[in-house]
Design a protein around this ligand. Structure first.
Ligand SMILES: [Zn+2]
Length: 237
């Protein structure tokens, strides 16, 4: 296949540019589908679930604590009323009845105080757990935000490189005849399409070439493109 020297170097460069464009596409797709981001997002939804459980637990205990407090106040009020009545009654029989109620109310009050303390302990622990898991969730959300920004910067940078390569490509393509481009496209769809002979190997497939092949490529006219017998790539000089 005929191709002048400038065409040959454009062809080789085109092959390199296309390989770079492909690499950039892969890097963009890898950055966008970041495994780290996927893992962190999964972690975030796990923490969000844990926050809901911890908050529900905390709110339930809060309600229980208010109920216990109400119960205690009711008993304290009755106790205060009874003590008032005890001071003002002149009937020994009434006084005895009130005294016995005061004793049972005092016992009840002690029980309720214990219950309230125990609930307050659990409430305190639930609050600590809620705070801890909320903090974890917040940190992970922040990390995700930072990671997204980092990925965006990477992708923008890669897209910039890609745009430059696409512009370079246009210039190179204009230097190559349609017939050669056709063959190039056919080859490039499945392999490295263009190579040179370097260190007795084809740079497209890195296979060693026989002395016969090297001689016959070297013996081609300057404006003739050779072929690698191993990978079929077009060989330029
Ligand atoms: Zn080859």
């Amino acid at each position: 296949m005929k191709l002048d020297k400038p065409g040959q170097s454009a062809l080789l460069k085109l092959s390199e540019v296309d390989i770079d464009i492909e690499r950039i596409k892969n890097e963009i797709s890898k950055a966008v589908n970041s495994a780290e981001l996927t893992a962190k997002s999964a972690q975030l939804s796990e923490f969000s679930g844990e926050v809901i459980v911890a908050r529900t637990n905390f709110e339930n205990l809060n309600m229980e604590s208010r109920k216990a407090d109400d119960n205690l106040h009711m008993v304290e009020d009755r106790l205060a009323r009874d003590l008032g009545r005890l001071n003002s009654t002149s009937s020994p029989k009434d006084a005895q009845a009130i005294q016995s109620e005061v004793e049972s109310l005092t016992l009840r009050k002690e029980e309720l105080e214990e219950v309230e303390l125990e609930i307050l302990d659990r409430l305190e622990a639930a609050k600590q757990e809620l705070d801890a898991i909320s903090l974890k969730r917040e940190r992970t959300a922040k990390e995700i935000e930072e990671l997204r920004e980092k990925i965006q910067v990477q992708v923008d940078e890669l897209k910039g490189q890609g745009r430059k390569l696409v512009a370079d490509r246009e210039i190179l393509v204009a230097k190559i005849p349609a017939e050669v481009l056709e063959k190039y496209k056919f080859l490039a769809a499945k392999q490295v399409a263009v190579g040179k002979v370097e260190s007795r190997s084809c740079t497209a497939c890195h296979m060693g070439l026989t002395a016969n092949t090297i001689d016959s490529i070297a013996g081609l006219p300057e404006d003739e493109v050779g072929n690698c017998p191993e990978c079929l790539a077009m060989i330029v000089r």
